[in-house]
Design a protein around this ligand. Structure first.
Ligand code: ZN
Length: 461
């Protein structure tokens, strides 16, 4: 596996050229890329050859003719899915079990795993061209303000990624892969990695020990923790910029981050992405997310997989990754809800813009009632972290990592009361909420969910 700066520049220049040509050039590029991918999938992947057996010639294929694909089906037929025959699932899983091999390629590809918060973890195969696409297109989509950010951050300090370190997950895996393939580039970007799973006290110490933290890449749940530590005066860093992903970033949290970190000259960027496609969209200076439509197709659809009109919240979203021709993701059901804007963005970008509504896996269901995790107030001045865990439909427990051991009793009492009040306000009287001695737990990829619902039984995930 080799990373070519020249080919990265090719994606960069191509990305600029496509954007300058407006909608017409974007759509032409997208359909060319789609037909090329369909042809490659048909030639190289026995699974797609079967799926597409009744289609006409690839050079005339339209997106809507292609069947929807889902993670469990694709994973079940992994060995027939890829367009290369040298990486059966057993070999990929063996590699993923070895923590020393995070970010180490297998032959011409690299493998990552999803966190599996919504079911069995998927194995994601990355190619050199996908990496080159990721850097090239990300650069092509920066506006003037964001270019200044990149230049300034390179001058003043390092970029720290805080995500799960106990597996081949996107955050740590991608960083290590770039270090492995292009150490000079990794040094230039100042890539530093910190494990999210360690106790907060140690994490804060590590951050405080870095001479100049300029940019932090992490999950919104970790950002919430950093805000608390900063407000309490324990965290001393003064970053210029945050970027987040993997979870929903609320306006409320944005506001709190801005207040807690006055040093934040370049605000927070929150592009929508997933392990299946690490560079899927970009966020412009007006705060909207735009799809990289020349290389990615995102379709907002209803339950029957029919397109929903712009302005309507979708039931799920279908992803097509045109830059990965080794592991084809074509009309792949991601399970998130999105809403495309009806109007074009004031930033002037020709790429369509959209909003993402909460990830389905985090909603709490009790009987007929569905609650957003945001309705629970799981903060307390004497606790560093509080977690609400749903053990069965009507049985919940509260877990606490205290800031002050002496106050544990009070924290439990007040938090349990407030959680019960939320249930009562929603017409749920017969729900149990108990104290738990267990510490709050992380997802496998190091996300911290304040609310852990019982595992989703949604067949899609
Ligand atoms: Zn915009």
């Amino acid at each position: 596996m080799r990373f070519s700066l020249l080919r990265t520049l090719g994606y960069f220049a191509g990305g600029l050229w496509t954007a300058w040509g407006g909608r017409k050039r974007i759509e032409a590029k997208q359909i060319r890329n789609l037909r090329r991918l369909v042809e490659k999938a048909r030639r190289g992947s026995p699974l797609f050859r079967r799926l597409y057996a009744d289609l006409g010639p690839s050079s005339e294929v339209e997106l809507r003719e292609l069947p929807v694909t889902r993670k469990p089906d694709l994973m079940r037929e992994f060995d027939d899915w890829l367009t290369i025959r040298s990486l059966p699932l057993d070999r990929a899983r063996e590699h993923l079990r070895d923590i020393r091999k995070v970010g180490v390629p297998i032959d011409d590809v690299a493998v990552l795993q999803t966190s599996g918060t919504s079911g069995e973890p998927a194995v994601i195969v990355l190619t050199s061209s996908f990496l080159e696409y990721s850097y090239g297109i990300s650069m092509a989509r920066l506006d003037r303000h964001q270019w200044r950010l990149v230049r300034e951050i390179r001058k003043v300090g390092v970029r720290v990624t805080i995500t799960g370190g106990n597996g081949h997950f996107a955050g740590v895996g991608f960083n290590k892969l770039v270090k492995h393939l292009h150490p000079r580039l990794a040094r230039g970007l100042g890539l530093t990695f910190i494990e999210a799973e360690q106790p907060i006290g140690r994490l804060v110490e590590r951050l405080n020990a870095i001479p100049k933290v300029a940019w932090i890449v992490t999950y919104p749940s970790m950002l919430t923790i950093l805000v608390k530590e900063k407000e309490a005066g324990r965290l001393q860093i003064e970053p210029l910029h945050f970027s987040t992903g993997g979870e929903t970033l609320t306006d409320d949290l944005r506001e709190r981050v801005r207040r807690a970190f006055p040093s934040l000259k370049y605000g927070i960027l929150d592009p929508y992405a997933c392990t299946e496609c690490l560079v899927l969209s970009f966020e412009c200076s007006r705060g909207r997310k735009h799809v990289n439509e020349d290389w990615v197709i995102l379709e907002a659809v209803d339950e029957a997989m029919r397109p929903v009109p712009d302005g309507t919240l979708s039931a799920t979203v279908l992803l097509t990754v045109l830059a990965n021709d080794v592991q084809p993701f074509i009309r792949y059901d991601l399970g998130d809800c999105v809403r495309f804007y009806k109007d074009s963005c004031p930033c002037g970008s020709p790429f369509r813009s959209f909003q993402v509504e909460g990830r389905q896996a985090t909603l709490v269901r009790v009987g007929e009632v569905t609650l957003s995790p945001l309705v629970f107030d799981l903060e307390h001045e004497h606790a560093r972290r509080i977690q609400l865990v749903q053990n069965s439909e009507r049985d919940f427990e509260v877990r606490i990592e205290p800031a002050d051991e002496a106050a544990v009793g009070v924290v439990f009492q007040e938090v349990i009361q407030s959680v019960k009040r939320v249930f009562r306000d929603n017409g749920l009287e017969d729900v149990t909420v108990r104290e738990s001695k267990a510490p709050p737990e992380f997802t496998a990829s190091g996300k911290f969910h304040e609310v852990l619902p019982i595992r989703s039984t949604d067949p899609r995930t």
